[in-house]
Design a protein around this ligand. Structure first.
Ligand SMILES: Nc1ncnc2c1ncn2[C@@H]1O[C@H](COP(=O)(O)OP(=O)(O)O)[C@@H](O)[C@H]1O
Ligand SMILES: [Mg+2]
Length: 289
């Protein structure tokens, strides 16, 4: 019976969706692992057969650089320019394939561009987008039919760029709440709890103002090391105690992530067996459903 059930999964376990599923990795605190976990989870989803677009939405372009790709030149087309109605050509032409590992042909990167530093100010004043929150969706929608998941590595900010990413993560009509949403990488320390309070408020305010539902899919407690003592262990308990959203994974602090960055290689191809790669796969399985 178990074998039969495993080979005939219930269709209800796969959330219904319209377009690609959107995963937004956000936290205005820097250095918590947004880039590491968004990349790792995208790689893990590609490993299990999903077509994944990884979007570098941070003007610092850490994701692009860490994976060993070139940032888009400041005067060339970019995601920000497409969002502002200034993009020439098709956004699709900016994608680069990430061929390593077991992702073959299914994992693509939309590289970052420093022009995103100006995005918040421009979104606030532009004439081209009627409502600033829809700018990211308008730009990425043409690519959705080609992907199962679109994974956004957000900047460490709570500005309009974050609003437009949160809006993109909302539950669409006909979509199940677990299909798309926000994944929140955090550390097991007190400043992360304060940062979450602010992000929580922003999500609630935006949901109310625009009358949308934005699912908080879960926390990834990153760089966890119980040897840091009571602050770490009690903070982890606090994250788990929230319950909704759940803790999707606890990722230990390990050398492999920084080594992968130095090698400019995806973690799941450079260190496929390490604990952190396994944690990324656990998050991918949890969000995929
Ligand atoms: N689990 C981990 N163990 C060790 N180092 C990590 C881990 N996760 C992330 N890092 C490192 O910590 C730094 C910050 O992570 P990053 O993903 O860039 O954070 P953010 O995008 O939130 O600013 C990077 O140098 C990254 O390689
Ligand atoms: Mg980052």
């Amino acid at each position: 019976i178990r074998l039969w059930l495993d080979s005939h999964p219930s269709p209800r376990r796969v959330p219904r969706t319209t377009g690609a599923r959107r995963l937004v990795f956000g936290n205005q605190k820097g250095g918590v692992g947004k880039t590491a976990t968004s990349a790792g989870v995208a790689e893990a989803l590609a490993e299990i057969g999903q077509r994944v677009l990884l979007v570098d939405f941070d003007p610092q372009c850490h994701l692009t650089k860490q994976l060993g790709y070139e940032m888009l030149a400041i005067d060339e087309p970019s995601l920000a320019k497409h969002m502002l109605g200034e993009g020439k050509g098709a956004l699709r032409d900016l994608l680069v394939p990430i061929e390593e590992g077991a992702f073959g042909g299914r994992l693509f990167l939309l590289p970052g561009c420093k022009d995103a530093f100006l995005l918040d100010a421009k979104l606030a004043t532009t004439r081209h987008v009627r409502i600033k929150e829809i700018a990211l969706e308008k730009a990425l929608e043409p690519l959705e039919s080609e992907f199962d998941f679109i994974v956004i590595d957000c900047p460490p900010s709570l500005g309009y760029s974050m609003d437009t990413a949160l809006y993109y993560a909302r539950t669409r009509d006909g979509e199940e709440p677990s299909a798309s949403g926000v994944v929140i990488p955090v550390l097991a320390e007190d400043s992360s709890a304060d940062a979450y309070d602010m992000l929580y408020d922003q999500i609630e305010d935006l949901s109310e103002d625009l009358d949308v539902a934005i699912t908080k899919l879960g926390f990834v407690v990153n760089m966890y090391d119980s040897r840091k003592g009571f602050i770490a262990t009690s903070s982890l308990e606090s994250w788990k105690g929230i319950g909704d959203p759940p803790v999707l994974a606890v990722v230990p602090e390990r050398k492999e992530q920084r080594e992968a960055n130095r090698l400019k290689a995806p973690l799941l191809s450079s260190a496929p067996e390490c604990e952190q790669s396994e944690a990324m796969r656990a998050v991918a399985r949890a969000v995929k459903g």
